[in-house]
Ligand binder design. Structure first.
Ligand SMILES: Cc1cc2nc3c(=O)[nH]c(=O)nc-3n(C[C@H](O)[C@H](O)[C@H](O)COP(=O)(O)O)c2cc1C
Length: 336
């Protein structure tokens, strides 16, 4: 009979899977703490990895950490573990985002359907390449929407005027960022031949967006791809035609605030893992979410959905290269 008592090595494996989650600019804004005796694993926000200009409320930070938490749950389920999961357990400590309690008789909920998503954690990648025009089948869309519902969120697929409007808002935000410059983008961009003081060098980087992940520049098409290197010419980068009619998904929650941001992040990751398992390439586009005046315009006023937490791009195409991660020893503290 499983006891659900976990050793250090299992905690390390769980954290490795958690840290494979997507995060804004690959900042990986998380740390973990495993209490051996108490058999609890904490997920904490890393205050050194916040983005004051593009994410002043830490919404995107919570979304990324919500994705990491979903991976933790999937990794635990895959190992036959059913921890009790508590979100934001201490109002006096808002940086403590979640606690997972392991050990016998904890009474956590078994999540066998999450175990089936575990295999996709290592395969999921953000792709900034063009996708083909092949439509995502309706049955796959329905499965992905069901994944989001499991996390209390919704996934909708904008079409017609709403799709055009969402694309316009993202283009507008992308232009604005290009015009003004975005210090957060600059901080996390990793180029091989960085100009002094402009962007951190790529050598040995364990975080940030690497040159190989940029994808080509957009010649034509309407795919909402963020151009991280907008101010920095990158030798040999090239350009390409992207989808004329991109296939987007919008993750929304009922309310807003840290709990919903974590839930929205979990829903996003569940959708991304489901899409990866179904053979889709995926990308994220949050330019318009980073500007409060544009964020509120993203939602479909004719639908019942609440605040938008994420815009995804789905389709058939190259998966994108693996992005680096900080080693587990740097993000996990093990206490007696
Ligand atoms: C909250 C959030 C916002 C993101 N916004 C964008 C975006 O606007 N454009 C983009 O290309 N990728 C975006 N990403 C994806 C990250 O850049 C990506 O996850 C990170 O670079 C790590 O790469 P990986 O997803 O391949 O592991 C976002 C991810 C998160 C969690």
């Amino acid at each position: 009979m499983p006891t659900d008592i976990i050793e250090d090595a299992v905690a390390e494996n769980l954290v490795q899977d958690a840290a494979a989650a997507p995060s804004m600019h690959n900042a990986q804004p998380w740390t973990f703490r495993f209490h051996r005796t108490g058999q609890s694993l904490e997920l904490r926000a890393d205050p050194g990895r916040v983005m004051p200009s593009s994410d002043p409320d830490n919404r995107a930070l919570h979304v990324g950490c919500g994705a990491a938490l979903l991976n933790l749950r999937a990794a635990a389920a895959w190992r036959g573990l059913s921890p009790v999961v508590e979100l934001l357990p201490d109002p006096s400590d808002p940086g403590l985002l979640a606690v997972l309690r392991f050990g016998p008789a904890r009474g956590g909920e078994a999540e066998p359907e999450l175990a089936g998503l575990h295999g996709a954690i290592a395969d999921r990648r953000t792709s900034r390449h063009p996708f083909s025009d092949r439509p995502v089948p309706q049955a796959v869309r329905e499965e992905l929407a069901a994944e989001a519902r499991q996390e209390g969120a919704s996934l909708t697929f904008p079409a017609g005027w709403h799709l055009s409007f969402v694309l316009e808002l993202i283009d507008e935000a992308e232009l604005e960022a290009g015009y003004r410059g975005d210090p957060d983008e600059e901080r996390w961009l990793r180029l091989q031949d960085a100009e002094p003081g402009a962007a951190a060098p790529a050598q040995d980087a364990q975080d940030g967006v690497q040159e190989e992940s940029l994808g080509p520049m957009r010649d034509a098409g309407r795919a909402p791809v963020r151009d991280f290197a907008r101010r920095h010419p990158v030798a040999g980068r090239g350009s390409a035609d992207f989808e004329r009619i991109p296939q987007l998904g919008i993750v929304s929650t009922r309310e807003d605030g840290p709990r919903c941001w974590l839930g929205g992040g979990a829903a996003m990751e569940r959708v991304l893992l489901g899409a990866t398992r179904a053979g889709l390439a995926t990308a994220l586009a949050t330019q318009a979410l980073e500007q409060p005046n544009l964020r509120w315009m993203l939602r479909d006023p004719s639908g019942a959905e609440g605040p938008v937490q994420m815009v995804l791009r789905l389709g058939y195409g190259p998966p994108g290269p693996a992005s680096p991660r900080r080693p587990v020893r740097d993000v996990l503290e093990i206490l007696p």
